[in-house]
Design a protein around this ligand. Structure first.
Ligand SMILES: Nc1ncnc2c1ncn2[C@@H]1O[C@H](COP(=O)(O)OP(=O)(O)OP(=O)(O)O)[C@@H](O)[C@H]1O
Length: 533
């Protein structure tokens, strides 16, 4: 039998739910699921053999008082949310696995399935130890609420060893009770592979790839071009996602070392001991599991080239001492070795941390700071160079559409205006992720504010009003200062009426207008009715 989903929008009143329910009963439809949209709507999924019967149901519902719309939908709201969540989880490059309060797997993404060689439907509902092995730290997070970071684990499955790094954070409800855990998983060997493979991809990046329009970025690029030619250590400062790695790569490409390796390593991606053996290498027998013949570290591999140490502010005091030695002496010593090996490596370090404060609180060595801070370059957060947003958005859309193999989409003028008033705490990376999510989840050729409101956290109430009304379009409310004062409620009402009318001109649906003004669409519908807008 054909299935239908209808959404019934209403302004709430006592008894309305019961009347809707009665109408569905009287029309004899076979209900499969119902979902309430608190205070403003209801969605019903049902089966029905006859089209006329469906039409009659819709007509009966529309005839009820306070029903504002009855529309057909393709999916139930929970299915849309599920689809959105699945798309997000599958688009991240790490394995993600979530468990409920009983330790059973509730979500697992594609990457995690690839690491553990399983299918989502096989493992959903199973105890997490069936996938991550007995004594997994994830269960400790569930029990005690302690997050864990990059714990190295090894399990045997189908005669093979799977070695991975796992991190986990507890999920808590409003009362602070633990109701599950989300865990991220990285394949141990992939971590190494990524470090090495990335080199080829990066060598092609130049300063021309840094998209910008702002005066500050132009100045910074000019400075970076100049320092690229020297061999001095560079310290890139800037919030997460501002483009520090992009700058580091362009500096290497523009340097005299460009024919040699550029190797990047994120100092927070590995545990302290792993980072040490990655950077400095190790001798055979240095620790259990050390490869035969030992291993070259990244300093040796980058000899003659550049080593990019991302998040250098996060390295442990022990590694800070070792790094200082390399910078002072130009030599390294492998883990478990006694020989000093000379290396000629240019260091580009980056951090989003306030190193000066870290020095004051004793978390970062002052002598290392001076060795790293030879040429400091500070990349401004995106909110302080908003002129870059239009070009960046256009560039990123092109890049994402190419990656997703989708025809190029456009940002409407209103959407761009909305982007311009955001703060973008995650900077260019957040802009890129937001666009990727929108391009993934909408099929429209032009991205409109309604797509942004539906699929992202962007609402930005106050700023939206600013752009909607603008300076020139500001309206005035006349309040007589002599004679009889109007009632305060009348003043408020006239302001409300004017604001809602203006917003509705730009965002004609009550839902969009509600989102712009930070109220429910029921409130907007009530006001439209009350002020006869
Ligand atoms: N000006 C720009 N032009 C084009 N792409 C940019 C620009 N700035 C950043 N990006 C892109 O934004 C993303 C984040 O940049 P990047 O990784 O260089 O930031 P980061 O500051 O090193 O971040 P983190 O501190 O989190 O490591 C990358 O995909 C990068 O290519």
């Amino acid at each position: 039998m054909p299935e239908f989903i209808i959404q019934i929008d209403f302004t709430d009143r006592p008894g309305l739910g019961y009347e809707i329910f009665k109408i569905t009963e009287n029309n004899g439809i076979d209900k499969i699921a119902m979902e309430v949209l608190p205070k403003h709507g209801m969605v019903i999924q049902f089966q029905c053999a006859l089209d006329e019967q469906v039409q009659k149901l819709v007509a009966d519902l529309k005839a009820l008082n306070n029903i504002t719309a009855v529309t057909f939908r393709n999916q139930m709201p929970y299915q849309e949310k599920e689809h959105e969540l699945r798309t997000i989880l599958d688009s991240v490059s790490e394995g993600v696995l979530a468990i409920d309060k009983d330790g059973k797997i509730s979500h697992i993404n594609e990457v995690a399935c690839n690491i553990f060689n399983c299918l989502p439907e096989e493992v959903k509902g199973l105890g997490v130890e069936k996938v991550l092995g007995e004594n997994t730290p994830v269960l400790e997070t569930l029990r005690l609420g302690n997050p864990c970071r990059l714990k190295e684990r090894k399990i045997r499955k189908d005669g093979k060893t799977i070695q991975f790094l796992t991190s986990s954070v507890p999920v808590k409800n409003d009362q602070g009770r633990i109701i599950g855990v989300v865990s991220t998983i990285q394949d141990f060997y992939q971590v190494e592979k990524v470090i090495l493979q990335a080199d080829k991809r990066r060598q092609l990046i130049t300063f021309d790839d840094i998209v910008h329009q702002s005066r500050q970025m132009t100045q910074l690029i000019t400075a970076a071009r100049t320092v690229a030619k020297s061999a001095s250590t560079v310290l890139l400062r800037g919030e997460s996602g501002t483009g520090k790695e992009l700058f580091a790569t362009a500096i290497h490409t523009n340097s005299l070392r460009c024919r040699n390796q550029f190797i990047a390593i994120n100092c927070t991606a590995l545990t302290d001991t792993l980072l040490e053996s990655e950077l400095f290498g190790y001798e055979e027998g240095a620790f259990t599991g050390a490869a035969k013949g030992g291993k070259q570290g990244l300093f040796e591999q980058a000899n003659g080239g550049t080593l990019f140490l991302d998040e250098v502010g996060d390295i442990s005091p022990r590694l800070q001492v070792q790094l200082l030695r390399v910078l002072q002496e130009g030599t390294i010593r492998r883990v478990g070795g006694s020989k000093e090996i000379a290396v000629d490596v240019r260091i580009i370090a980056a951090t989003h941390r306030n190193l000066e404060e870290m020095i004051s609180s004793g978390q970062f060595r002052e002598d290392l700071y001076y060795r790293l801070n030879v040429i400091p370059l500070r990349i401004l957060p995106l909110r302080e160079r908003k002129e870059d947003i239009p070009l960046l958005a256009q560039h990123l859309i092109r890049k994402i559409c190419k990656k997703l193999n989708k025809p190029e989409v456009y940002l409407s003028k209103e959407s761009l205006e909305l982007f311009m008033v955001q703060d973008w705490p995650g900077n260019v990376r957040q802009l890129e992720n937001t666009l990727e999510r929108l391009i993934n989840l909408t099929d429209a050729a032009e991205i409109q504010p309604e797509h942004i409101f539906a699929w992202t956290d962007i609402t930005n109430v106050n700023n939206s009003i600013k752009t909607t009304l603008g300076k020139q379009q500001a309206f005035q409310v006349e309040i007589p200062l002599e004679g009889e004062w109007p009632q305060l409620k009348d003043i408020v009402a006239s302001v409300e009426k004017e604001v809602i009318s203006q917003v509705l001109k730009k965002y004609p649906s009550s839902r969009q207008a509600g989102q712009v003004l930070g109220v429910s669409n029921t409130t907007i519908l009530n006001k439209i009715h009350a002020y006869k807008i």
